[in-house]
Design a protein around this ligand. Structure first.
Ligand code: SF4
Ligand code: SF4
Length: 167
């Protein structure tokens, strides 16, 4: 293959891609489309839970632990048995806990934004796990900044070539 062909081939390929459908989005300025049955953040429905512990037994990464639920946590109406606490730092989103729960007390949601600055915040107590996930706010689209040459640092000086020529 000649040098000309080797140079032009990728350029032609890049040019054809300019007219194809765009598959990427401008995240975090544009919301991603995530299907409802996506295996994202798990939600817990305490009123359905029978505290059987199956979710804890089937979890391959030991991310679920059944813990005593305190009344102050907001479960005063639910029987005070042990409820699942989930560490998303360990979870591999296999969905076993959701599939094996006999009373459908666990459900996967579309929420994928789970990042935290502190690892401890990835541990969701039964109460935190029961909260409806909220879609994170999108960032406002950045404005295009018009560059004014006069405000650029160093602008207005004589061109470098001339300065060098003086010396
Ligand atoms: S969430 Fe489901 S599997 Fe886990 S303890 Fe409750 S009922 Fe059992
Ligand atoms: S999705 Fe899988 S890894 Fe995560 S808590 Fe459930 S069983 Fe454990």
């Amino acid at each position: 293959m000649s040098v000309v062909v080797r140079t032009l081939k990728p350029l032609c390929l890049a040019f054809t891609h300019m007219f194809r459908r765009v598959f990427t989005i401008k995240y975090p300025f544009q919301a991603p489309v995530i299907e409802d049955d996506y295996r994202g953040r798990i939600q817990f429905f305490p009123e359905r839970c029978i505290s059987c512990g199956i979710c804890e037994s089937v979890c391959p990464t030991a991310a679920i632990k059944l813990v005593e639920v305190k009344e102050l946590e907001g479960f005063s109406e639910v029987k005070k048995f042990k409820k699942p606490q989930l560490d998303f730092g360990r979870c591999c989103f296999c969905n076993f806990c959701v599939d094996y729960c006999p009373s459908e007390a666990l459900k996967s949601t579309w929420l994928v934004e789970l990042a935290e600055y502190e690892k401890s915040k990835l541990t969701y107590t039964p109460y935190k796990l029961s909260k409806q996930p909220e879609r994170p706010k999108l960032l406002p689209k950045p404005k295009l900044v018009k560059l004014e040459i006069s405000k650029v640092r160093g602008a207005g000086h004589a061109p470098l070539k001339k300065e060098r020529g003086k010396k």
